[in-house]
Ligand binder design. Structure first.
Ligand code: ACO
Length: 402
């Protein structure tokens, strides 16, 4: 076998693989994914078991530190997190500068990057294990507060401060849906669905944003700058923006009169570029294991909340028809995780442009785990090569002569 690490500094051969479709950039022990068989495992544990039995913060610990925590370790992890949920008061001033309708993903990447100004100890390139750990705890703890504040500010409501008596997810929901004047009780079904959604999005190996976090971190950039870059990568509609596209499509179908048969026919028509958003997946070719889990949570939450929303009715109808239609069955086009996550976020009352921000909140432990692994592996700075195809020899021409 070839020892890739020995080839690291050798030059002379360049592999051209635009989009890195077949090029491994690292060895990783975090997430295993088999698209043919629909398998997804974090640190060896099947996603189905984690979604069923774990909390989001337990899964975050697993991804970041490599093993499920003991009860005692989980307690101290939660305690540490709860001590760092406050963000510097001056961070609120940023909101005065953002136009009220600015996209929450732009706000999130700016705010996360700005955290480095308030917590400069994270700037030290070679941190001790304890310092690194503190940076990780702060990043995780403050993210939930920043995300909920972005939501509150978009409504023009006052922000809600974190309360240490709550666990991570309940605290997030409390800061998001709570009010200053009264204690709001969050339905356990909502807490459960949110935990599941965040767990299912927590990592997906070397995708665009995870690779971005690793490559930015490989120049010894601090955790906030690295995560902020991951947020920017996730923002794109080809990556994290798909759940927003699902709801936008459903709204379009509703405005058009709600005739799902017509839109399914459009999706099947090879002369029409329209595709059913939230159906099919590049990697999962039999089923998306995350979609199976989230479909159940989606059904539970719609029933529990007694939601009466035409857009969600259209979603159910589309799902029903497409799952039986030979076109979709033959091509193995099943609803993916984005189909259901968008529906749940809408049922919970989140505006569409917050969906990708919630994806980022869920993906954060994965980004942190990837960043930490890259540091622990002492990986060299990421620096792809190229095949130069430009001009080779030109003489400078004075501007008057061009
Ligand atoms: N609606 C209608 N037909 C579809 C759909 C769809 N959503 N998805 C695929 N098909 C058809 C294609 O037209 C093609 O048909 P053909 O064999 O007759 O030519 C066949 O199914 C295979 O499709 P491909 O495009 O080759 O599949 P690919 O793996 O390249 O695409 C993708 C996967 C991009 C996810 C695609 O299914 C799609 O566009 N889905 C809708 C968008 C979406 O939901 N994206 C989010 C995915 S989750 C994520 O990546 C974060």
């Amino acid at each position: 076998a070839i020892d890739i690490s020995k080839l690291r500094d050798q030059t002379g051969y360049v592999t051209l693989d635009i989009g890195y479709k077949n090029t491994g950039a690292t060895k990783s022990a975090i997430t295993f994914l088999d698209g043919e068989q629909g398998i997804l495992k974090y640190r060896g544990y099947p996603i189905e078991q984690l979604a069923e039995k774990s909390s989001f913060i337990e899964v975050a610990y697993l991804l970041i530190y490599g093993e499920l925590p003991s009860a005692e370790k989980l307690k101290s992890f939660q305690y540490e997190l709860s001590r760092h949920t406050l963000v510097h008061e001056d961070m609120k001033k940023f909101f005065d500068g953002f136009p009220s309708k600015s996209h929450p993903m732009g706000q999130l990447s700016s705010l996360v990057s700005a955290l480095s100004a308030f917590y400069p100890e994270s700037l030290k390139p070679s941190q001790t294990t304890e310092e690194l750990n503190q940076s990780i705890i702060k990043m995780l703890a403050k993210m939930a507060t920043v995300v909920s504040w972005i939501y509150k500010k978009s409504l023009g409501h006052p922000v809600i401060y974190p309360q240490n008596k709550y666990d991570y997810v309940t605290n997030f929901l409390h800061m998001t849906f709570g009010q200053r004047t009264e204690e709001v009780e969050i339905d356990p079904v909502v807490i459960d669905a949110m935990n599941k959604l965040l767990i299912l999005h927590a990592d997906h190996e070397q995708n665009c944003s995870a690779s971005t976090v690793r490559i930015v971190g490989s120049s010894d950039s601090n955790i906030y700058a690295s995560v902020s870059a991951g947020i920017s990568a996730l923002w794109g509609p080809l990556h994290g923006g798909a759940n927003q596209a699902v709801i936008e499509m459903l709204e379009k179908i509703k405005e058009d009169g709600g005739d799902t048969d017509k839109w399914i026919a459009k999706a099947k028509d090879k002369n029409d570029p329209f595709r059913l958003m939230g159906f099919g997946h590049r990697v999962y070719k039999n089923f998306d294991p995350r979609a199976r889990i989230i479909k159940k949570a989606c059904d539970d939450i719609l029933e529990k909340l007694g939601i009466n929303d035409e857009v969600l009715e259209i979603a159910k109808k589309l799902e029903e028809v497409a799952l039986k239609d030979p076109y979709f069955v033959e091509r193995k086009l099943y609803p993916n995780v984005d189909f259901y996550s968008g529906i749940i976020y809408r049922a919970l009352g989140f505006p569409t442009d917050m969906f990708t921000v919630l994806f980022a909140l869920g993906r954060l432990p994965g980004w942190i785990a990837q960043w930490k692994e890259m540091k622990e592996n002492k990986e060299p700075i990421g620096r792809p090569r190229q095949i130069y195809v430009g001009a080779t020899s030109k003489e400078y021409v004075e501007i008057a002569n061009r």
